[in-house]
Design a protein around this ligand. Structure first.
Ligand code: HEC
Length: 333
């Protein structure tokens, strides 16, 4: 009798423990959110960035970014810096697996800074680290070891000189693009632009150090950067021009992801058409400048107002994003 009582008490304790474990597991599933749920169902995540986001970090990754505090003493022309920023945010600059996955320099260096949420199984140890000498990116530089290091904040002085008269930064970036990320050889204009942009990346004063929300305006600004750069004399370089167009198209794709709900279907179709039109301009070698101007004017007049009007009903809206992450099967309408 005593024994039975003891046994049943133990069973009750075990049951309580089992319940606690089940509750913990449920809480974990909630915390892990979209990536785990999506992976379990074998679906593509609704935002590509979730492919390289640590479990539990989907919301901060998609909702926030470090504030940009560009250095005021940048010696390069605005159009060169704009070109560099557009390329920095474009997977088309990189090749192979990186570009296929939609990774750009900015995936690791958000706003040119670091990314504590970055986690890609083939590349990272702890979140915020990456092994950029991994054969995943390209065979040339693979050192045969898995040695991820912390993704550095490019606003901080590092091992590569940022001095405007030093060729080291452009050389380092060339090595990154070609040897580590299997990208096509960048033209000297592209490398100058990337180095010019990296030199402008500055740290914010403590009062401005809080992250800022990710908004539609970020994508619109980067599209404008591509167009500003494409209107400058440097854009006579066809390689740079093609990259700027690819960079703008990537931003259109990021906008598309955020308007995922069925009710935005017509808007998404128009975004796809706009992106195809842009690709066609990139293919042509003559008459591209007026064609780009026309595209940009049409985009600003026809699409931007509709996008702005519906931003609050898109995944740019933090409350809406939170709801979508909690019910990842489809974006709520
Ligand atoms: C997969 C993540 C990842 C991507 C993508 C990436 N980086 Fe980095 N970057 C790193 C890591 C990690 C280091 C540190 C490497 C080291 O210390 O050996 C680094 C280092 C650097 C440095 C040197 C900082 C110093 O110490 O002075 C620069 C500059 C830089 N990256 C620019 C870029 C540019 C430009 C691109 C795009 C062409 C890019 N990175 C893409 C992860 C990344």
């Amino acid at each position: 009798m005593r024994l039975r009582l003891l046994r049943s008490r133990r069973a009750a304790t075990l049951d309580r423990r089992g319940r606690a474990i089940r509750q913990l597991a449920a809480a974990l599933v909630l915390a892990v959110g979209v990536p785990a749920a999506v992976a379990a169902r074998g679906e593509a995540p609704f935002a590509r960035a979730l492919q390289w986001t640590a479990p539990g970090a989907a919301l901060p990754m998609l909702a926030e970014q470090p504030r940009q505090c560009p250095r005021a003493d940048a010696p390069a022309p605005a159009a060169t810096i704009a070109a560099g920023e557009a390329l920095f945010n474009s997977p088309a600059l990189l090749g192979g697996q990186a570009s296929k996955a939609g990774l750009s320099c900015a995936a690791c260096h958000r706003s040119g800074r670091d990314n504590p949420h970055f986690l890609m199984p083939q590349l990272s140890g702890a979140p915020g680290t990456a092994d950029v000498t991994n054969s995943f990116f390209g065979p040339q530089r693979s050192n045969g070891r898995f040695d991820p290091v912390a993704i550095p904040d490019l606003a901080m002085p590092g091992k590569v000189s940022r001095a405007p008269d030093s060729p080291d930064l452009a050389r380092f970036i060339r090595t990154l693009v070609v040897e580590e990320f299997s990208g096509a050889e960048p033209s000297p204009t592209m490398l100058d632009a990337l180095a010019a942009y990296v030199r402008t990346i500055g740290a914010c004063a403590a009062a401005d150090a809080r992250p800022q929300p990710r908004r539609l305006a970020d994508q619109l600004r980067l599209i404008d950067q591509s167009f500003l750069a494409a209107s400058a004399p440097g854009a006579a370089d066809p390689a740079l021009r093609r990259q700027l167009i690819a960079a703008a198209r990537h931003q259109l794709g990021l906008i598309d992801e955020r308007y995922a709900a069925p009710r935005h279907a017509a808007l998404r179709r128009d975004l796809v058409t706009a992106s195809r039109d842009l690709a066609r301009i990139g293919d042509g070698d003559t008459g591209w400048r007026p064609a780009l101007d026309q595209w940009h004017a049409r985009f600003a007049a026809k699409l931007v107002p509709r996008l702005r009007q519906r931003e609050a009903a898109s995944l740019y809206d933090p409350a809406y994003l939170r709801r979508a992450l909690a019910a990842p099967a489809r974006a709520p309408d």
